[in-house]
Design a protein around this ligand. Structure first.
Ligand code: HBI
Length: 96
């Protein structure tokens, strides 16, 4: 079943509920940069998110260096943002 891309209005509303996230310049993704105490904390966080990503079959695009993790969420199948990105962002906000 195709995944619906959020409308601009839905996207705006979603961002209001995701204060730690920013809209990427092209409007097709949300991004957040996180800083942890050390690499172990950062990687432990990534492990928790990875397990959730597998569970919901929706995966982040992310970059990690030492204690920093930069996360980008977008829905390839929708060629933009979908409710799956919002849900995963809310999960992430709950485990940081
Ligand atoms: N993760 N972020 C993201 N976006 C997708 O479209 C996506 C995914 N993980 C798995 C997935 N799609 C597959 O279910 C589809 O490509 C079939």
């Amino acid at each position: 079943m195709p995944i619906a891309r959020l409308t601009d209005a839905e996207r705006g509303d979603a961002l209001k509920s995701l204060p730690g996230w920013s809209l990427r310049a092209d409007g097709l993704a949300i991004v957040r940069e996180l800083k942890f105490a050390d690499f172990g904390e950062a990687f432990g966080f990534m492990t928790r998110v990875a397990i959730q990503a597998e569970k919901v079959d929706h995966h982040p695009e992310w970059f990690n260096v030492y204690n920093k993790v930069r996360i980008t969420l977008t829905t390839h199948d929708a060629e933009g943002l979908s409710l799956r990105d919002v849900a995963l962002a809310k999960f992430i906000d709950g485990v940081v």
